[in-house]
Design a protein around this ligand. Structure first.
Ligand SMILES: NC(=O)c1ccc[n+]([C@@H]2O[C@H](COP(=O)([O-])OP(=O)(O)OC[C@H]3O[C@@H](n4cnc5c(N)ncnc54)[C@H](O)[C@@H]3O)[C@@H](O)[C@H]2O)c1
Ligand SMILES: [Zn+2]
Ligand SMILES: [Zn+2]
Length: 345
Protein backbone atom coordinates (compact mmCIF):
# COMPACT_ATOMS: atom_id res chain seq x y z
CA UNK A 1 0.00 0.00 0.00
CA UNK A 2 0.98 3.68 -0.13
CA UNK A 3 1.38 5.90 2.93
CA UNK A 4 2.83 9.21 4.11
CA UNK A 5 6.05 8.31 5.91
CA UNK A 6 8.01 10.56 8.27
CA UNK A 7 11.79 10.48 7.77
CA UNK A 8 12.96 12.95 10.43
CA UNK A 9 12.37 16.70 10.76
CA UNK A 10 11.27 18.28 7.48
CA UNK A 11 11.42 14.98 5.54
CA UNK A 12 8.40 13.00 4.45
CA UNK A 13 7.38 10.94 1.41
CA UNK A 14 4.32 9.23 -0.08
CA UNK A 15 5.78 5.77 -0.55
CA UNK A 16 5.25 1.99 -0.47
CA UNK A 17 4.76 0.32 2.92
CA UNK A 18 3.51 -3.17 3.80
CA UNK A 19 -0.26 -3.36 4.30
CA UNK A 20 -0.88 -3.74 8.06
CA UNK A 21 -1.94 -7.11 9.53
CA UNK A 22 -3.94 -8.05 12.61
CA UNK A 23 -1.35 -8.40 15.41
CA UNK A 24 -3.59 -9.17 18.38
CA UNK A 25 -7.24 -10.34 18.40
CA UNK A 26 -8.56 -6.92 19.53
CA UNK A 27 -7.23 -5.21 16.35
CA UNK A 28 -9.10 -4.17 13.23
CA UNK A 29 -7.68 -3.18 9.84
CA UNK A 30 -9.47 -0.17 8.36
CA UNK A 31 -9.32 0.96 4.73
CA UNK A 32 -9.11 4.76 4.83
CA UNK A 33 -11.81 6.65 2.94
CA UNK A 34 -11.05 10.17 4.21
CA UNK A 35 -8.37 11.63 6.42
CA UNK A 36 -6.92 15.05 7.29
CA UNK A 37 -3.87 16.86 8.68
CA UNK A 38 -3.68 18.23 12.25
CA UNK A 39 -1.68 21.14 13.71
CA UNK A 40 0.03 18.41 15.75
CA UNK A 41 1.25 16.75 12.50
CA UNK A 42 2.95 20.06 11.66
CA UNK A 43 4.64 19.94 15.11
CA UNK A 44 5.79 16.37 14.29
CA UNK A 45 7.18 17.50 10.93
CA UNK A 46 9.19 20.21 12.69
CA UNK A 47 10.69 17.57 15.00
CA UNK A 48 8.78 18.83 18.08
CA UNK A 49 7.51 15.32 18.96
CA UNK A 50 10.70 13.23 19.33
CA UNK A 51 8.74 10.02 20.10
CA UNK A 52 7.89 9.92 16.38
CA UNK A 53 10.74 8.05 14.70
CA UNK A 54 12.01 7.63 11.14
CA UNK A 55 9.71 5.37 9.11
CA UNK A 56 6.50 6.18 11.00
CA UNK A 57 3.26 6.66 9.04
CA UNK A 58 1.64 9.73 10.58
CA UNK A 59 -1.97 10.96 10.89
CA UNK A 60 -4.51 10.29 13.66
CA UNK A 61 -7.86 11.30 12.13
CA UNK A 62 -10.15 9.74 9.56
CA UNK A 63 -13.10 7.62 8.50
CA UNK A 64 -12.94 4.30 6.69
CA UNK A 65 -14.33 0.82 6.05
CA UNK A 66 -13.47 -2.16 8.22
CA UNK A 67 -11.37 -4.53 6.06
CA UNK A 68 -10.63 -7.23 8.64
CA UNK A 69 -11.21 -7.82 12.36
CA UNK A 70 -9.35 -9.87 14.97
CA UNK A 71 -11.16 -12.70 16.73
CA UNK A 72 -11.92 -10.66 19.86
CA UNK A 73 -13.57 -7.70 18.06
CA UNK A 74 -17.31 -7.99 18.66
CA UNK A 75 -18.76 -4.59 17.72
CA UNK A 76 -17.52 -4.31 14.12
CA UNK A 77 -17.33 -6.53 11.05
CA UNK A 78 -15.88 -6.31 7.54
CA UNK A 79 -17.65 -3.65 5.49
CA UNK A 80 -18.75 -1.43 8.41
CA UNK A 81 -18.16 2.31 7.96
CA UNK A 82 -16.31 3.69 10.99
CA UNK A 83 -15.00 6.88 12.53
CA UNK A 84 -11.45 6.50 13.88
CA UNK A 85 -10.75 8.17 17.23
CA UNK A 86 -7.36 9.87 17.57
CA UNK A 87 -7.18 8.22 21.01
CA UNK A 88 -6.88 4.44 21.32
CA UNK A 89 -8.42 2.96 24.48
CA UNK A 90 -8.88 -0.53 25.90
CA UNK A 91 -11.95 0.48 27.93
CA UNK A 92 -10.81 -1.80 30.77
CA UNK A 93 -7.79 -0.29 32.53
CA UNK A 94 -7.89 2.00 35.57
CA UNK A 95 -7.65 5.17 33.46
CA UNK A 96 -10.24 4.03 30.92
CA UNK A 97 -12.64 3.19 33.77
CA UNK A 98 -12.30 6.81 34.91
CA UNK A 99 -13.10 8.02 31.39
CA UNK A 100 -9.52 9.16 30.95
CA UNK A 101 -8.91 7.33 27.66
CA UNK A 102 -5.97 9.60 26.86
CA UNK A 103 -3.98 7.80 29.56
CA UNK A 104 -5.07 4.23 28.71
CA UNK A 105 -2.21 1.94 29.76
CA UNK A 106 -2.33 0.18 26.37
CA UNK A 107 -3.39 3.17 24.25
CA UNK A 108 -3.79 6.92 24.54
CA UNK A 109 -2.44 9.04 21.69
CA UNK A 110 -0.46 6.35 19.86
CA UNK A 111 -1.86 6.57 16.30
CA UNK A 112 0.54 8.37 13.99
CA UNK A 113 2.84 8.78 16.99
CA UNK A 114 4.01 5.48 18.53
CA UNK A 115 2.31 3.25 15.93
CA UNK A 116 1.51 3.82 12.23
CA UNK A 117 -1.33 6.24 11.56
CA UNK A 118 -4.10 7.18 9.17
CA UNK A 119 -2.43 9.09 6.32
CA UNK A 120 -2.28 5.79 4.45
CA UNK A 121 -4.45 3.45 2.40
CA UNK A 122 -4.89 1.11 5.39
CA UNK A 123 -4.38 1.44 9.14
CA UNK A 124 -4.31 -1.03 12.03
CA UNK A 125 -6.55 0.10 14.91
CA UNK A 126 -5.81 -1.58 18.28
CA UNK A 127 -8.67 -2.07 20.75
CA UNK A 128 -11.06 -1.57 17.84
CA UNK A 129 -14.23 -2.10 19.91
CA UNK A 130 -13.51 1.00 22.01
CA UNK A 131 -11.50 3.09 19.52
CA UNK A 132 -13.84 3.07 16.51
CA UNK A 133 -17.37 4.44 16.23
CA UNK A 134 -20.00 3.13 13.80
CA UNK A 135 -21.15 5.55 11.09
CA UNK A 136 -24.81 5.18 10.16
CA UNK A 137 -25.79 5.10 6.49
CA UNK A 138 -26.38 8.51 4.90
CA UNK A 139 -24.12 10.40 7.34
CA UNK A 140 -21.85 13.18 6.07
CA UNK A 141 -18.61 11.19 6.43
CA UNK A 142 -16.38 14.11 5.50
CA UNK A 143 -17.83 16.26 8.27
CA UNK A 144 -17.41 13.37 10.72
CA UNK A 145 -13.62 13.47 10.20
CA UNK A 146 -13.76 16.59 12.42
CA UNK A 147 -14.91 14.28 15.24
CA UNK A 148 -11.69 12.20 15.26
CA UNK A 149 -9.80 14.91 17.14
CA UNK A 150 -10.57 18.62 16.88
CA UNK A 151 -14.19 18.74 18.07
CA UNK A 152 -13.67 16.59 21.19
CA UNK A 153 -10.41 18.46 21.81
CA UNK A 154 -11.97 21.93 21.66
CA UNK A 155 -14.93 20.74 23.71
CA UNK A 156 -13.24 18.63 26.41
CA UNK A 157 -9.97 20.51 26.94
CA UNK A 158 -11.44 23.97 26.31
CA UNK A 159 -15.17 24.20 26.98
CA UNK A 160 -15.72 21.51 29.64
CA UNK A 161 -12.48 22.10 31.54
CA UNK A 162 -13.07 25.86 31.23
CA UNK A 163 -16.56 25.44 32.77
CA UNK A 164 -18.23 27.75 30.23
CA UNK A 165 -21.68 28.81 31.51
CA UNK A 166 -24.67 30.77 30.17
CA UNK A 167 -24.02 34.51 30.19
CA UNK A 168 -20.24 34.16 30.59
CA UNK A 169 -17.69 36.27 28.79
CA UNK A 170 -15.09 33.97 27.31
CA UNK A 171 -11.95 34.40 25.20
CA UNK A 172 -10.27 31.89 22.91
CA UNK A 173 -6.62 32.48 22.03
CA UNK A 174 -5.92 30.81 18.67
CA UNK A 175 -8.44 30.61 15.82
CA UNK A 176 -7.00 27.48 14.20
CA UNK A 177 -9.25 24.43 13.71
CA UNK A 178 -8.98 23.55 17.42
CA UNK A 179 -9.78 27.08 18.65
CA UNK A 180 -12.67 27.22 16.18
CA UNK A 181 -13.92 23.84 17.43
CA UNK A 182 -13.92 25.32 20.95
CA UNK A 183 -15.82 28.32 19.58
CA UNK A 184 -18.50 26.11 17.99
CA UNK A 185 -18.97 23.85 21.02
CA UNK A 186 -18.84 26.68 23.59
CA UNK A 187 -22.12 27.83 22.11
CA UNK A 188 -23.90 24.76 23.55
CA UNK A 189 -23.75 26.78 26.80
CA UNK A 190 -24.78 30.23 25.48
CA UNK A 191 -21.92 32.43 26.68
CA UNK A 192 -22.83 36.11 26.29
CA UNK A 193 -19.55 37.23 24.71
CA UNK A 194 -16.91 35.24 22.83
CA UNK A 195 -13.69 37.15 22.15
CA UNK A 196 -11.46 35.49 19.55
CA UNK A 197 -7.75 36.32 19.53
CA UNK A 198 -5.32 35.44 16.68
CA UNK A 199 -2.69 36.98 14.38
CA UNK A 200 -4.51 35.95 11.20
CA UNK A 201 -7.31 38.32 10.12
CA UNK A 202 -8.77 35.73 7.76
CA UNK A 203 -9.19 33.21 10.58
CA UNK A 204 -10.67 35.94 12.80
CA UNK A 205 -13.23 36.75 10.10
CA UNK A 206 -14.11 33.05 9.89
CA UNK A 207 -14.51 33.05 13.68
CA UNK A 208 -17.00 35.88 13.39
CA UNK A 209 -19.18 33.86 11.00
CA UNK A 210 -18.95 30.95 13.53
CA UNK A 211 -20.34 33.08 16.38
CA UNK A 212 -17.45 35.12 17.84
CA UNK A 213 -18.77 38.46 19.13
CA UNK A 214 -15.42 40.34 19.29
CA UNK A 215 -12.21 39.91 17.30
CA UNK A 216 -8.76 40.85 18.57
CA UNK A 217 -5.69 40.71 16.34
CA UNK A 218 -2.79 40.31 18.77
CA UNK A 219 -0.11 41.13 16.20
CA UNK A 220 0.52 44.56 17.76
CA UNK A 221 1.24 43.05 21.19
CA UNK A 222 -1.80 44.80 22.71
CA UNK A 223 -4.22 41.89 23.09
CA UNK A 224 -4.37 42.24 26.87
CA UNK A 225 -5.23 45.96 26.79
CA UNK A 226 -7.85 45.36 24.08
CA UNK A 227 -9.57 42.56 26.02
CA UNK A 228 -9.53 44.62 29.22
CA UNK A 229 -11.16 47.54 27.36
CA UNK A 230 -13.79 45.23 25.85
CA UNK A 231 -14.65 43.82 29.30
CA UNK A 232 -14.79 47.11 31.22
CA UNK A 233 -11.48 46.30 32.96
CA UNK A 234 -12.76 43.00 34.42
CA UNK A 235 -11.31 40.36 32.11
CA UNK A 236 -13.01 37.12 31.09
CA UNK A 237 -14.66 34.26 32.97
CA UNK A 238 -12.98 31.58 30.88
CA UNK A 239 -9.99 31.84 28.60
CA UNK A 240 -9.11 28.92 26.35
CA UNK A 241 -5.51 28.61 25.09
CA UNK A 242 -5.41 26.95 21.64
CA UNK A 243 -1.95 27.86 20.32
CA UNK A 244 0.73 26.34 22.57
CA UNK A 245 3.42 29.04 22.91
CA UNK A 246 4.50 30.98 26.04
CA UNK A 247 3.23 34.39 24.85
CA UNK A 248 -0.33 33.17 24.31
CA UNK A 249 -0.46 31.46 27.72
CA UNK A 250 0.71 34.75 29.27
CA UNK A 251 -2.19 36.53 27.54
CA UNK A 252 -4.51 34.02 29.25
CA UNK A 253 -2.97 34.72 32.66
CA UNK A 254 -3.42 38.47 32.18
CA UNK A 255 -7.06 38.47 31.04
CA UNK A 256 -8.67 35.90 33.36
CA UNK A 257 -11.08 37.56 35.80
CA UNK A 258 -11.36 36.77 39.53
CA UNK A 259 -12.92 33.34 39.98
CA UNK A 260 -12.26 32.50 36.34
CA UNK A 261 -10.70 29.58 34.50
CA UNK A 262 -7.73 29.16 32.18
CA UNK A 263 -8.23 26.01 30.08
CA UNK A 264 -5.10 25.05 28.20
CA UNK A 265 -5.37 23.04 24.96
CA UNK A 266 -2.12 23.93 23.16
CA UNK A 267 0.77 21.46 22.95
CA UNK A 268 3.66 23.33 24.59
CA UNK A 269 7.30 22.72 23.71
CA UNK A 270 8.72 25.36 26.05
CA UNK A 271 8.17 26.28 29.70
CA UNK A 272 5.83 29.15 30.49
CA UNK A 273 6.04 31.75 33.28
CA UNK A 274 3.33 31.22 35.89
CA UNK A 275 2.54 34.68 37.29
CA UNK A 276 1.70 33.65 40.84
CA UNK A 277 2.48 37.20 42.02
CA UNK A 278 -0.79 38.32 40.39
CA UNK A 279 -2.75 35.06 40.33
CA UNK A 280 -2.35 33.77 43.91
CA UNK A 281 -5.32 35.81 45.15
CA UNK A 282 -7.59 35.59 42.11
CA UNK A 283 -9.46 32.34 42.92
CA UNK A 284 -8.80 31.01 39.45
CA UNK A 285 -8.22 27.50 38.14
CA UNK A 286 -5.79 26.39 35.45
CA UNK A 287 -6.46 23.09 33.69
CA UNK A 288 -4.50 21.00 31.22
CA UNK A 289 -5.76 17.98 29.29
CA UNK A 290 -4.91 15.58 26.54
CA UNK A 291 -8.18 14.96 24.74
CA UNK A 292 -9.93 11.82 26.01
CA UNK A 293 -12.48 11.64 23.16
CA UNK A 294 -14.92 10.53 25.84
CA UNK A 295 -17.50 13.01 24.50
CA UNK A 296 -17.31 11.71 20.92
CA UNK A 297 -20.64 9.80 21.09
CA UNK A 298 -22.40 12.90 22.44
CA UNK A 299 -20.82 15.17 19.80
CA UNK A 300 -21.74 12.61 17.13
CA UNK A 301 -25.41 12.99 18.11
CA UNK A 302 -25.22 16.78 17.93
CA UNK A 303 -23.76 16.56 14.42
CA UNK A 304 -26.42 14.07 13.31
CA UNK A 305 -29.10 16.39 14.76
CA UNK A 306 -27.52 19.38 12.92
CA UNK A 307 -26.92 21.26 16.16
CA UNK A 308 -23.25 21.35 15.22
CA UNK A 309 -22.00 21.88 11.65
CA UNK A 310 -18.36 20.73 11.48
CA UNK A 311 -18.34 20.77 7.67
CA UNK A 312 -17.76 24.55 8.01
CA UNK A 313 -14.19 23.78 9.13
CA UNK A 314 -13.27 22.15 5.80
CA UNK A 315 -11.67 24.53 3.29
CA UNK A 316 -9.62 22.34 0.93
CA UNK A 317 -9.87 18.94 -0.77
CA UNK A 318 -7.11 16.71 -2.15
CA UNK A 319 -6.75 13.10 -3.25
CA UNK A 320 -4.95 10.97 -0.66
CA UNK A 321 -1.96 10.58 -3.02
CA UNK A 322 -1.65 14.41 -3.09
CA UNK A 323 -0.94 14.45 0.66
CA UNK A 324 2.47 16.14 0.29
CA UNK A 325 0.80 19.02 -1.58
CA UNK A 326 -1.91 19.13 1.11
CA UNK A 327 0.80 19.60 3.76
CA UNK A 328 2.11 22.61 1.81
CA UNK A 329 -1.36 24.16 1.83
CA UNK A 330 -2.10 23.41 5.50
CA UNK A 331 1.41 24.48 6.53
CA UNK A 332 0.85 27.88 4.87
CA UNK A 333 -2.62 28.31 6.30
CA UNK A 334 -2.65 32.12 6.47
CA UNK A 335 -1.59 32.55 2.83
CA UNK A 336 -3.83 29.71 1.58
CA UNK A 337 -6.81 30.67 3.81
CA UNK A 338 -6.81 27.04 4.96
CA UNK A 339 -8.57 25.45 7.93
CA UNK A 340 -9.05 21.70 7.59
CA UNK A 341 -7.98 19.87 4.41
CA UNK A 342 -9.75 16.63 3.45
CA UNK A 343 -7.80 13.85 1.74
CA UNK A 344 -9.98 11.34 -0.11
CA UNK A 345 -8.72 7.88 -1.05
N1 LIG B 1 -4.53 18.99 24.18
C1 LIG B 1 -4.82 18.20 23.14
O1 LIG B 1 -5.26 17.05 23.32
C2 LIG B 1 -4.64 18.68 21.74
C3 LIG B 1 -5.25 17.98 20.68
C4 LIG B 1 -5.13 18.48 19.36
C5 LIG B 1 -4.38 19.64 19.15
N2 LIG B 1 -3.77 20.27 20.19
C6 LIG B 1 -2.98 21.50 20.01
O2 LIG B 1 -3.88 22.59 19.87
C7 LIG B 1 -3.19 23.68 19.24
C8 LIG B 1 -4.02 24.25 18.11
O3 LIG B 1 -4.17 23.27 17.07
P1 LIG B 1 -4.62 23.73 15.59
O4 LIG B 1 -4.73 22.48 14.77
O5 LIG B 1 -5.79 24.65 15.67
O6 LIG B 1 -3.28 24.52 15.17
P2 LIG B 1 -3.01 25.70 14.13
O7 LIG B 1 -1.53 25.80 14.05
O8 LIG B 1 -3.79 25.47 12.87
O9 LIG B 1 -3.65 27.01 14.82
C9 LIG B 1 -2.98 27.82 15.74
C10 LIG B 1 -3.50 29.25 15.59
O10 LIG B 1 -2.77 30.06 16.51
C11 LIG B 1 -2.48 31.30 15.90
N3 LIG B 1 -1.32 31.89 16.57
C12 LIG B 1 -0.02 31.52 16.47
N4 LIG B 1 0.76 32.30 17.24
C13 LIG B 1 -0.07 33.19 17.85
C14 LIG B 1 0.12 34.27 18.74
N5 LIG B 1 1.34 34.58 19.19
N6 LIG B 1 -0.97 34.97 19.16
C15 LIG B 1 -2.21 34.65 18.72
N7 LIG B 1 -2.45 33.63 17.86
C16 LIG B 1 -1.40 32.92 17.43
C17 LIG B 1 -2.25 30.96 14.45
O11 LIG B 1 -2.44 32.09 13.60
C18 LIG B 1 -3.30 29.85 14.20
O12 LIG B 1 -4.51 30.39 13.73
C19 LIG B 1 -1.83 23.10 18.80
O13 LIG B 1 -0.86 23.42 19.79
C20 LIG B 1 -2.11 21.61 18.78
O14 LIG B 1 -0.91 20.85 18.88
C21 LIG B 1 -3.90 19.82 21.48
ZN1 LIG C 1 -4.59 16.18 16.23
ZN1 LIG D 1 -7.35 1.49 28.90
Amino acid sequence: MKALVYHGPGRKAWEDKPKPDIKVPTDAIVKILKTTICGTDLHIMKGDVPEVTDGRIIGHEGVGIVEETGGAVSSFKKGDHVLISCITSCGKCEYCKKGMYSHCIDGGWILGNLIDGTQAEYVRIPHADNSLYPIPGGADEEALVMLSDILPTGFECGVLNGQVKPGDTIAIVGAGPVGLAALLTAQFYSPAEIIMIDLDDNRLEVAKTFGATQLVNSGDGKAVEKVMTLTGGKGVDTVIEAVGVPSTFEICEAIVTAGGHIANIGVHGKSVTLHMETLWSKNISITTRLVDTVTTPMLFKTVQAQKLAPRKLITHHFRLDQVVEAYETFGNAAKEKALKVILTA
